[in-house]
Design a protein around this ligand. Structure first.
Ligand code: GUN
Ligand code: ZN
Length: 429
């Protein structure tokens, strides 16, 4: 048995979903808590002094009054768009054609994909993001690059080859057959290896023919423990285009449903402009909806209905959507989720924002038994937050009367300076 490590500080964990349960029952906050980790797992969470007395051999990391919580889980990103984040002035389809596709073409070169995978993981680690679900490009090399980098870091990562066989430039198009074959080979190589998980990844229905969607539906049926990730109802122009391309479909969701691409392990990014049938069906299936607030405001897509969808009982995660989203930070993403919800007259509580960025996203990925919470048995992916990381934040935190009032300024104004430490797989990185 490895010498255990004991992290001391304030601790935050969730016993329940704070959207559905009152805070006193949903949240466990300890101002003088401790987290005992060894062998890459959280062994115990409790009172700091008690844990220290019970484990005198443990190596102690004393974080003082900083806040120890689960590492952030980003449920929808495009690591290949790292280099084009914050590109000006376009809406979805023009943004894809002008900025995204030219950059994604470069990932057929393995050295470039390796370099961008390392850059992306370095940047996200600085922001306390310990797991992400990433789209890659249509090149299998881009998937190998991310999984190889994640594996070397002991990181839990979801990724998949982005399949497109129409409405994309020549250098990015595959076919129904090659999308199936290449995705299957990647599943065989990577899915379930160490902490890696494969997601079958049709980009969105405008860039796949019915034949390709059908092939990927068959692939998922043969590998039901894989996740499936795509985009759904992000912009109104896009929805009109889908209606044109699939004239017999009942709605956007039906373009996936018809082909076996609607399932509980499906992740549907954006999901803003949903029809009543789509909402009901997604709920019935228990599919994952992924809220990407900085992207939805940056590309001008719309305001996700967090309050309504949560009330209906949907499975919802939170994501940066790098690089349609304008930040790598889950603090910034929570702030944006707060602002979007305010525009819909529903102020999200800081506990709800923190839950979304950790447990909620982990639940959307069906990994909430492994990550996204500080509980014994969970994998030791943690973030330590400095709640007074800048003078602006500190002067506000100093007059806070409650823990939530002390945390909220960091959610709204914090950045990488608030990330005092990131732990992945039981190691500080
Ligand atoms: N829809 C299809 N592809 C993309 C993408 O790369 N980013 C976003 N935001 N939406 C998409
Ligand atoms: Zn996306």
């Amino acid at each position: 048995m490895q010498t255990p490590t004991l992290l001391l500080g304030q601790t935050l964990s969730f016993a329940q979903n704070p959207f559905h349960t009152q805070l006193s029952e949903a949240v466990r906050h300890n101002t003088q808590g401790g987290v005992l980790i060894s062998e890459g797992k959280i062994q115990q969470v409790g009172d700091g002094a008690t844990l220290q007395a019970a484990h005198p051999d443990a190596q102690v990391m004393d974080y003082g009054d900083r806040l120890i919580c689960a590492g952030f889980v980003d449920a929808h990103v495009h690591y290949p768009q790292t280099g084009i984040i914050a590109s000006w002035g376009k809406r979805l389809i023009d943004w894809l054609n002008s900025y995204t596709f030219p950059e994604e073409m470069r990932f057929g070169e393995r050295p470039y994909a390796d370099q961008m995978a390392q850059t992306y993981l370095d940047l996200t680690t600085r922001h306390g993001v310990t797991t992400m679900a990433s789209f890659c490009t249509s090149h299998p090399e881009s998937v190998d690059a991310l999984f190889t980098a994640a594996q070397a870091r002991g990181q839990r990562v979801v990724a998949g080859k982005t399949c497109m066989d129409r409405n994309a430039p020549e250098g990015l198009r595959d076919t129904a057959q090659s999308a199936y074959d290449e995705s299957k080979a990647l599943i065989d190589r990577w899915h379930g290896v160490d902490r890696l998980c494969y997601a079958i990844t049709p980009r969105f229905s405008p860039t796949s023919t019915p034949e390709q969607l059908d092939a990927l539906g068959a692939l998922w049926a043969g590998h039901p423990d894989c996740l499936m990730q795509t985009h759904l109802s992000e912009q109104t122009d896009e929805i009109a285009w889908v209606a044109d391309l699939f004239p017999t479909a009942r709605d956007y969701l039906d373009t996936y449903e018809q082909f076996g691409l609607l399932g509980e392990r499906g992740l549907y990014g954006h999901a803003i402009h949903l029809e009543p049938r789509e909402r009901a069906r997604l709920k019935e299936i228990g599919a994952g909806l992924v809220h990407c607030p900085t992207s939805n405001t940056f590309i001008g897509s719309g305001l996700f209905d967090m309050a309504g969808l949560m009330q209906e009982g949907h499975r919802i995660g939170l994501a940066s959507d790098t690089g349609g989203g304008s930040s790598f930070s889950m603090l910034r993403t929570m702030a944006s989720a707060y602002e979007v919800a305010q525009l819909r007259h529903h102020p999200l509580h800081p506990a709800q924002l923190m839950w979304l960025a950790t447990s909620g996203s982990a639940r959307a990925l069906h990994m909430d038994d492994k990550i996204g919470n500080l509980l014994p048995g969970m994998e030791a992916d943690l973030v330590v937050l400095d709640l007074a990381s800048t003078p602006e934040i500190a002067q506000r935190t100093n007059r806070a009367k409650t823990f939530w009032e002390a945390l909220f300024p960091t959610i709204m104004m914090g950045d990488d300076r608030a990330i005092a430490a990131t732990w992945i797989n039981g190691r500080q990185v």
